[in-house]
Write a protein that binds this ligand. Structure first.
Ligand SMILES: Cc1cc2nc3c(=O)[nH]c(=O)nc-3n(C[C@H](O)[C@H](O)[C@H](O)COP(=O)(O)OP(=O)(O)OC[C@H]3O[C@@H](n4cnc5c(N)ncnc54)[C@H](O)[C@@H]3O)c2cc1C
Length: 631
């Protein structure tokens, strides 16, 4: 479907995007392959061995890309085995087979090799790249190479980080405490850029970008924001397209010290807040207008994947949202809590962001496992090192990473109680193969496991099924410059009514030969985030429906939304999407974040697993300690 202003927003421009990307739809249809991959397959070669095979540079619809999930969905739908042929015995045996080439699978191989240095290991991964959610996006704009994180963003809170995870981080050579050496912490502030909010006309009556008086989720830490709250507020109140009543409500929430549950003790208040959504708290307890609910609706999206209709007021307090200043809530967990309060000091220290997010960690692990695939030997040179995909699955290598390979059946050979080996069958470019090993680790998505491993006890299958993941888009847009951001004084934009509910300039991190964009005339990557929610439904149902939305939305539709949103928000600063957008990579994660068991709010509708009253969920804690946006 074309729109009348398609030309104006640059839908006809020859940027790097869908034109090439969907060519990697290998399993879905070999005919869709780009010529060099098609040629490789026709000559019975592995496409990964072809010189042009380099997934990080692909743009368009990435994340769970076409070709990665169809086989798994067909197994789920029960029709896979009806059509499947007989698996070919490869004759290959390994000491360990790992299903899933994300951080867990790569770490599993790493641990196994530590205790069995000569072990032969096979890692099967259904995507065209390794790393799982830790996904690297690369762009080249006007001769400048830029990186983006397509998923997992950083090493960060919740703290304390487990000793095992910390051990791997150290072993890989990452000195988390050295992070301040790499980040230009004050770059954006020094240019006068601060978090903004974009009001869209469909939700708020008119399009308007203005300063954000209390940035949460898409902005900087609450502490920084409050420093100039008085001044910020004045500008916001005069520019925001909110009614007089809503502006008054917001002012009261931000500045007054009201206790909205005056007759209760701190413990009782927290119990109550855990049982109601923040949206309900704003309306019923803080007597705010519906406009305020719209204003804050999307603020927990980056952490919970749902809005304030499905996040408890207790967690909103943990996220630093307004309305709790005068409520005298005790920050310590209540009596009888079985977890300690999270030590903020440690969480503060434990943060590290590579320009491609935790994809650098995946690459460091791969370098240990298959040294020939990632040149170099330090955590700084890994950032710009070009991976050689042809080396990932070589018969001479003790560890082999086999991409584009979906495990479809995992079973013991013989009786499970006495079996000495497991057999794993996988599908690769439409053909089935079987491999064997005495050990297997299923480091793949939990909801896949019951479908491929029928021997599991029923109870375990149910538990694995119940962990419905959170769908979301992590979109990277490469811009030719960021002068519009500078003119408008914005480094991060919260957009509660828009398609992507936040976007921000890249975190300015320079490591080794990689240099962040330090001046507004230079190209930059901006990061945009969307969670496809259905406010009003229980969180799990929102996730399920959102997942369907992501699977059924094509790239062109998302591209149009991106161009329209950026044009409207940044247009007053001179932004022209047709001219300024150089490339777009939409990382689609229908199975994204792990499901967050909420407080008692959720027990009213679904999951019987509350966090203890008075204790924040892990994401509440994570945010409280988060240093997500540093500048
Ligand atoms: C958008 C996003 C942002 C995140 N940000 C952070 C962050 O900042 N910090 C943080 O600590 N965590 C973050 N996370 C959580 C992140 O998922 C974990 O930290 C970690 O990367 C998960 O690693 P994993 O290997 O367990 O899972 P994954 O990374 O999901 O890897 C599992 C792999 O197994 C594959 N697989 C599944 N089924 C099969 C099959 N049948 N055959 C073969 N392969 C299969 C999957 O496709 C996937 O590639 C984020 C998650 C998402 C989605």
């Amino acid at each position: 479907m074309k729109d009348s202003n398609d030309k104006e927003i640059g839908m006809d421009r020859g940027i790097t995007r869908r034109d090439f990307l969907n060519g990697v739809a290998v399993t879905a249809g070999v005919a869709m392959l780009p010529p060099h991959l098609l040629a490789a397959l026709q000559h019975d070669l592995d496409p990964e061995k072809s010189p042009g095979y380099y997934p990080p540079a692909l743009t368009g619809l990435r994340g769970s890309h076409t070709g990665a999930f169809e086989v798994a969905h067909s197994i789920r739908d029960g029709d896979f085995w009806k059509k499947a042929g007989k698996p070919a015995e490869t004759g290959e045996t390994f000491d360990l087979i790992v299903v899933g080439g994300g951080l867990s699978g790569l770490s599993a191989a790493h641990f196994f090799r530590r205790s069995n240095p000569n072990a032969r290991i096979l890692i099967l991964e259904n995507h065209d790249d390794f790393g799982g959610h830790a996904k690297r996006n690369e762009f080249t704009v006007d001769g400048r190479k830029m990186l983006g994180f397509g998923g997992t963003f950083s090493i960060e809170s919740p703290a304390p980080y487990s000793a095992v995870a910390k051990g791997v981080v150290e072993e890989l050579g990452i000195d988390v405490a050295s992070y301040p050496n790499y980040v230009s912490k004050n770059l954006y502030h020094s240019l006068g850029l601060v978090p903004n909010i974009f009001f869209d006309k469909e939700t708020f009556g008119s399009d308007k970008l203005t300063i954000n008086p209390w940035p949460i989720g898409g902005g900087e830490s609450v502490g920084n924001a409050t420093a100039n709250l008085g001044e910020t507020w004045k500008r916001f109140a005069s520019e925001a397209p909110l009614s007089y009543a809503a502006t008054q409500d917001l002012q009261r929430l931000l500045f007054d010290q009201n206790d909205y549950l005056p007759d209760l003790t701190s413990v009782e208040k927290k119990q109550k807040l855990a049982q109601i959504s923040y949206a309900k708290f704003l309306i019923d307890n803080a007597h705010s207008s519906e406009e305020i609910v719209k204003f804050y609706q999307a603020s927990p999206h980056p952490l919970f994947g749902v809005g304030i209709d499905a996040v408890s007021a207790q967690d909103a307090w943990g996220l630093g949202m307004p309305g709790f200043k005068g409520m005298k809530l005790d920050p310590a967990p209540g009596k009888g809590m079985n977890r300690d309060t999270i030590p903020n000091a440690e969480a503060d220290r434990y943060f590290f962001h590579f320009p491609d997010g935790n994809a650098s960690i995946a690459r460091l692990l791969v370098r240990r496992l298959v040294p020939a695939a990632i040149p170099g030997d330090s955590i700084t040179d890994v950032v710009t090192a070009k991976a050689n995909y042809s080396k990932l699955d070589e018969s001479s290598s003790p560890v082999r990473i086999r991409l584009n390979s979906t495990a479809v059946r995992v079973r013991h050979i013989g009786d499970s109680a006495t079996a000495k080996e497991v057999e794993i069958t996988y599908s690769r470019f439409g053909k089935l193969y079987s491999v064997r090993a005495p050990f297997a680790v299923l480091a793949c998505w939990n909801m896949v496991i019951p479908y491929i491993c029928s021997e599991l006890p029923e109870k375990q299958k149910q538990a694995l099924h119940s962990a419905a993941k959170v769908p979301l888009l992590y979109t990277n847009v490469a811009l030719r410059n960021w002068q519009a951001f500078q003119k408008l004084g914005a480094n991060a934009v919260y957009a509660p009514g828009s398609y992507h509910s936040s976007f921000n300039l890249d975190l300015p991190v320079s490591i080794g030969d990689y240099h962040c964009s330090a001046s507004p005339e230079q190209p930059i990557v901006i990061h945009m985030m969307k969670t496809p929610c259905r406010p009003g439904l229980p969180a799990r149902d929102q996730h399920r429906m959102g997942r369907i939305e992501l699977f059924t939305t094509d790239f062109e539709t998302i591209e149009r939304k991106i161009r329209d949103q950026l044009a409207r928000a940044l247009g007053p600063g001179g932004f022209d999407p047709a001219r300024d957008i150089a490339a777009i990579t939409v990382n689609r994660w229908p199975h994204g974040y792990a499901y967050e068991y909420e407080s008692q709010l959720q027990t009213l509708t679904q999951a019987p697993m509350p966090t203890p009253t008075g204790q924040l969920t892990r994401r509440g804690e994570r945010f409280r300690n988060s240093r997500r946006v540093e500048s």
